[in-house]
Write a new protein. Structure first.
Length: 154
């Protein structure tokens, strides 16, 4: 991977982190996503499961729908998804059906990530890059869940 590609990945992941921060402010699990096509962000999203009272309203699902609307079709060929946390099996399945070309994620999800539960759910041609700005992405999640624990009544 070239230095320019690494810088682009970090730059776009910072945009996904901004989305995750919006989720955090709304008391949503802080996961953010952006979809990039031809080096341009075509969709931005963050978790909305609490806001919409919908267990499927993950950042990736919101981003897939928004990007498909921009492109005017259901396939995200020649697109890259940047997401702060490894997709879950549900999102990986949807990403597989979308035929997205590339997925870049920050922090791994060792409990519910697709790679642990359903590693073959992505399209066979999809390439994966993991660990981009991993510490920042993981820190948001740790801070969020720590704040939840700190707010619990004893």
């Amino acid at each position: 991977m070239t230095a320019t590609a690494i810088l682009n990945d970090e730059s776009f992941m910072r945009q996904a982190i901004n989305e995750a921060k919006y989720a955090y402010e709304k008391d949503e699990v802080p996961i953010g996503a952006v979809v990039v096509c031809q080096n341009r962000i075509i969709a931005r999203a963050h978790n909305l499961t609490e806001t919409l009272n919908d267990v499927t309203a993950h950042a990736e699902m919101q981003a897939i729908t928004a990007a498909a609307n921009v492109l005017g079709g259901k396939y995200l060929i020649d697109c890259t998804l940047y997401v702060t946390v490894e997709p879950c099996p549900m999102c990986a399945g949807a990403l597989g059906w979308s035929q997205i070309t590339r997925i870049v994620y920050g922090a791994a999800d060792h409990k519910k990530g697709y790679s642990m539960i359903s590693p073959k759910s992505l399209h066979p041609k999809t390439t994966i890059v993991s660990g981009v700005l991993e510490k920042e992405c993981a820190q948001l999640m740790q801070d969020f869940f720590k704040s939840k624990r700190d707010r619990r009544p004893f």
